[in-house]
Ligand binder design. Sequence first.
Ligand code: HXC
Length: 510
Amino acid sequence: MSANIAEMERRRAAAQIGGGQKRIDAQHAKGRLTARERLDVLLDEGSFEEVDTHVEHNCTDFGMAGNVVPGDGVVTGSGTINGRLVFVFSQDFTVFGGSLSERHAQKICKVMDMAMRLGAPVIGLNDSGGARIQEGVASLGGYAEVFQRNVLASGVVPQISMIMGPCAGGAVYSPAMTDFIFMVKDSSYMFVTGPDVVKTVTNEVVTQEELGGASAHTVKSGVADLGFENDIEALLQLREFFDFLPENNRAGVPERPSSDPWDRQEPSLDTLIPPSANQPYDMHECIRKIVDEGTFFELQPTYAGNILIGFARVEGRTVGIVANQPMVLAGCLDINASKKAGRFVRFCDAFDIPIITLVDVPGFLPGVAQEHGGIIKNGAKLLFAYAEATVPKITVITRKAYGGAYDVMASKHLRGDLNYAWPTAEIAVMGAKGAVEIIFRSDMGDPEKIAERTREYEERFANPFVAASRGYIDEVIYPHSTRKRIALGLRKLRNKGLENPWKKHDNIPL
Ligand code: HXC
């Protein structure tokens, strides 16, 4: 018996060192942790239970028969984060560059299948040179098996990708189909084709970092949600983030104790809106003053800053926040903002997370680039997402709600449950100046008349009461009481039951 145990221990020890000390040292020299060290930081101490430690590849080409490493380049299993179950895979760059073989893929698929059966999230720590070149089509098949599961798991359990090294070729498409992508700055990159191919095909000279580093994807492409300074910060922040998420689409949002009074008043919100309608203010301030302990886990802060998205809590329960940001492009909706917020709204709806929408939007961003870039279809993504969402939706209009953007931002007409406005709200088809220039075009030669007409229009429409008189706004509220109103609303809406008509699936304008 003891000889058997010794053999098991010998094999386990062999798996622990992956590709060997030299490659582990090389990984450390790049400022990166190994696959196992990463899991140690991510998961609760001692909670990791590994599976498939002894899986080996089945490739015999290119001298691979004699080159076998137990585990085959990915560490898989389950553990807990602050006590809640999660399934994980962590690619081991020290073993064939973390490349994906048929067996490597099977290991990932096994934990994904388990996660779906048991209703627990999946976190992938990606650090891989892509398809295992020696295996050819077998590794492509392996990728497709993973892709298929990503799609089936979408909307069933949360899926998170943390990119911690290279992620090239088709390897980027599994993360792309997960719910959130995080990256490590100066240490991870994602691209479909690398700098060499780019140079050959388009003659563009670009570094890996410029092409697909964290800043490229968190600022320019919007592919990634956040970039972190290093492995440790990334994994600790991922633990924080995980606490906001439900375990699955039936579990409901997690709840944790909060000492922040539900009816806390914020007198400073009464003076948040500047006297001039053209003066910006920081919507972050409004969010922080409403949510528990001022904690807002913002996603994509450096991409499409004209809209803010992220998670927070009210009375200890997760909410999704979507808010126009007057400090960037005056808070207009454009293509990128619509895509960013549309996808977030759909995540919240899929996982039963109530959506709080704070509105200060002068309209859709005008311009040739926007029109030719497809603002019609892209703007419709956010409209569609809000309209199909059946989760509790509470909307607060702080200032402008103009034109189509008024409709889009979780208006009453899109089944908003509770639609509030501050007394500073202005709800109209368009701003006074633009409106007067159109409907009183014949008076344009007379500045005095135009000024009079503009004043008239402002008096009539630059307020929330016309909309409130029609019941489009449920109540005009004191800004200082916003948190209390939202908390009461969420309590009321806890058992909301609303279903869309049966269909195979909808056809959101992609
Ligand atoms: C097998 C690989 C590998 C791969 C790296 N290695 N990538 N082995 N298949 N795809 C091995 C190397 O041979 C090396 O082994 C070790 O991993 C470390 O690699 P290095 O090149 O020394 O590391 P580094 O300089 O850091 O460069 C990392 C890298 C580079 C940028 C990822 O290795 C690279 O470009 N690899 C190939 C990337 C690629 O083209 N992949 C296929 C993409 S196509 P030793 O023994 O020396 O330690 C694809 C199709 C999928 O993925 C389609 C799905 C739909």
